[in-house]
Ligand binder design. Structure first.
Ligand SMILES: [Zn+2]
Length: 330
């Protein structure tokens, strides 16, 4: 039997013909990295290749690594196999990885979303024979509202809180969601502060994307300086003392999981905004259809349900286990 162009091994998704792994979860010699989230860009590889925008992000997170970068659609070859990175629309610098060899084309989506978020380069489907797709939100219950309306809602919520003498705290993943929220805030409403972890990522991303003005919330900043402000912080601080300075405040979470009733209450958050950096059900189906792929391999998320549905539609669909996490943050 012919070796498939991409296969699933104990170390990660492997292209044997090239001797290269895509987003490997164990240390390998040669890794191509789709994006900067921790479950996709891990420590310990001998050599990393990623997109130009993602290079400073993973260097910040992983320290001194042997890494190089390429642009969108720029072909590079490893042992006679061609690779190209195309935007995945998930976060800044996130790629789909297109692998071509002897007329066969496979796409690994990494994490992706098909709607444009105003800051990440827009997802463009690539023609291929086989696609490895995530399906974090791969059930019909997930259907995203118009993001513009949600961003308007966030600004209104901030303004109303201010009128009521409250600060506004938004919990968002420090890489991706935080910059997307920031990008659409109206700085005329008031001052914007960010947790140092968010600030570290913003400072890198502001080198190649325009962001509204923000201030890193350090110890030196006084409580009275943040009156009426909006503060973006990772959810990890929710139960710690870091938030003391932000009082009095009301808080919100921005996540696709907020589409499920009860999630806000369970997390003791005042407000939930349905905003996701992954495809909803329709986006998944439309994106896969647009590639023309016959073979679909479903990884993290609602894999079984989604693969079953695709099989019923006539695709050659199956699931594979990976060590990509279904994060709460996206
Ligand atoms: Zn991700």
């Amino acid at each position: 039997m012919k070796t498939p162009l991409l296969q699933f091994t104990s170390k990660g998704i492997y292209c044997a013909q090239a001797g290269v792994y895509l987003d490997p979860w164990r240390p390998v010699d040669h890794a191509i990295i789709s994006h900067g989230h921790a479950d996709h860009s891990r420590y310990g590889h001998q050599k990393y290749i990623t997109h130009h925008y993602n290079l400073p992000i993973i260097k910040k997170r992983l320290g001194a690594i042997n890494a190089s970068s390429v642009g969108w659609g720029e072909r590079f070859s490893v042992n006679g196999v061609d690779f190209k990175l195309h935007p995945a629309g998930h976060i800044v610098g996130s790629s789909q990885i297109l692998v071509s060899h002897k007329g066969e084309r496979w796409v690994f989506t990494g994490d992706y979303k098909a709607h444009y978020d105003g800051i990440s380069d827009a997802f463009t489907p690539q023609k291929c024979h086989a696609i490895i797709t995530e399906c974090t939100f791969g059930i019909p219950a997930f259907k995203w509202p118009d993001p513009k309306e949600i961003h308007d809602e966030i600004n209104r919520w901030w303004f109303d809180n201010q009128q009521n003498g409250l600060n506004s705290v938004v919990f968002a993943y420090s890489l991706g969601k935080a910059q997307r929220i920031l990008k659409h805030l109206n700085p005329e409403i008031g001052k914007i502060f960010v947790h140092p972890a968010v600030g570290a990522m913003n400072d890198i991303i502001a080198e190649f994307k325009t962001l509204p003005p923000y201030t890193i919330l350090t110890r030196e900043i006084k409580k009275e300086d943040i009156q009426g402000a909006l503060i973006i912080t990772p959810a990890a601080v929710q139960n710690g003392s870091w938030l003391k300075k932000c009082q009095p405040y009301t808080d919100a979470s921005a996540s696709g999981w907020m589409a499920i009733r009860g999630n806000k209450r369970r997390r003791s958050i005042d407000r939930g905004f349905v905003i996701s950096d992954h495809c909803d059900w329709d986006e998944l189906l439309q994106s896969i259809e647009a590639t023309g792929a016959e073979k679909v391999i479903c990884t993290h998320g609602y894999t079984d349900l989604f693969a079953k549905y695709l099989s019923e539609q006539g695709y050659d669909a199956r699931t594979e286990k990976t060590q990509f996490e279904e994060t709460d943050n996206e």
